[in-house]
Design a protein around this ligand. Structure first.
Ligand SMILES: NC(=O)c1ccc[n+]([C@@H]2O[C@H](COP(=O)([O-])OP(=O)(O)OC[C@H]3O[C@@H](n4cnc5c(N)ncnc54)[C@H](OP(=O)(O)O)[C@@H]3O)[C@@H](O)[C@H]2O)c1
Length: 323
């Protein structure tokens, strides 16, 4: 048996309860990991509340959590890339939401996993996979961001924004980002060229004054009116990618821009590439706030506030492999 934060129905934080449940068995092509840390993402509380009930197949009892850093305990048939004892991390989303990472043990497809960057602690690593892959797939797979282009990244102080800023800079792009004033030094430290306080300034007016000819890419981590108002900032043939809402295709056609919603997909090969960027110090891990698994309810309250900087991770077990 293992300890896990289990939900028996959708609802408030009180639905998160520590229980003893059976340890999952790794299937073909899967690894069984001993979890060191589970990353917390806004999608966790969105699932908990039932906001994604019709979008994502799910089954109860349900264990939340899609990010993990841990150690390989055993491997299923056909696993070829990883061995028992390896330090790995992963964005573990499966077709059905049920066996997540808020647990002492979790299975993950080897195609979703990568070796943990040797320069990172397991706590830092657990904050990487989902957010970094989202930034990567949005900026490069969808928007095809290139050197010397100008990109506006909304919500730079969040988990996704922190990686998006760094990836865009490492590609040679100019980065504009948005956050409240107190977070500006943090964003400049991550590499942002221009930071706009969206709470006291009109971000659209600021960008238009700086780039009257328009910018190349908007990466939207806010949605709603922020997304809608971003269309006007793009050059013709520019790209608007949102990770929160689906952009209006009619507006996109009228403005002659490409616009779309990206839902991050697990991808071990991309994560291995991101590991190399972290180990070479091309990008750095985001600051992490660590809470024990037993305080998952508090982590959800903080995440739901939309105000956290960097990442929050839940300590499940002290890593059993030395670095
Ligand atoms: N589609 C996908 O695959 C995918 C993947 C990952 C995340 N997401 C979604 O993308 C969003 C961001 O995710 P995340 O993990 O980065 O969230 P997060 O870490 O919770 O983001 C928190 C940050 O957002 C900033 N923020 C909040 N409202 C803002 C606004 N109106 N303008 C600018 N910044 C604002 C806050 O800074 P201030 O306090 O300075 O405002 C805060 O530091 C969430 O809704 C999440 O569910 C989607």
């Amino acid at each position: 048996m293992m300890k896990a934060m289990v939900m028996r129905q959708f609802g408030g934080i009180e639905e998160l309860r520590m229980e003893n449940v059976a340890v999952p068995t790794p299937g073909e092509g899967e690894l069984l990991l001993k979890t060191s840390y589970a990353g917390v993402n806004p999608v966790d509380w969105k699932i908990r509340e039932g906001f994604l009930a019709s979008a994502l197949p799910h089954e109860f009892p349900l264990i939340l959590g899609w990010d993990v850093a841990g150690t390989v305990l055993s491997v299923g048939e056909g696993v070829s890339q990883f061995s028992v004892g390896d330090r790995v991390y992963a964005y573990t989303r499966k077709p059905t939401v049920q066996w997540g990472t808020y647990a002492e043990f979790v299975t993950v497809s080897e195609s979703a996993a990568a070796l943990t960057p040797h320069t990172l602690t397991d706590a830092q690593a657990a904050g990487v996979p989902l957010t970094a892959l989202t930034a990567w797939q949005g900026l490069f797979d969808f928007a095809q961001l290139k050197a010397k282009q100008v990109v506006l990244i909304h919500a730079g102080a969040g988990g996704v924004g922190g990686f998006a800023i760094q990836f865009a800079k490492s590609m040679g792009a100019t980065v504009i980002t948005t956050a409240t004033k107190a977070k500006h030094p943090y964003l400049v430290d991550l590499g942002a060229d221009i930071v706009i306080d969206y709470s006291t300034e009109d971000f659209a007016q600021q960008v238009r004054e700086l780039y009257p000819e328009g910018i190349d890419v908007v990466f939207d981590g806010v949605g709603g009116t922020t997304l809608a108002r971003s269309f006007d900032l793009l050059k013709p043939k520019g790209v608007l990618v949102s990770i929160v809402d689906t952009p209006d295709v009619t507006v996109a056609q009228e403005k002659n821009v490409k616009a779309g919603f990206v839902f991050v997909a697990p991808n071990g090969a991309q994560l291995a590439h991101i590991s190399a960027l972290l180990d070479s110090h091309t990008v750095k891990a985001l600051p992490v706030e660590i809470l024990p698994l037993v305080r998952a309810q508090e982590a959800h309250v903080k995440s739901q506030s939309h105000r956290t900087v960097g990442k929050m991770v839940l300590e499940v077990a002290i890593p059993c492999v030395s670095m």
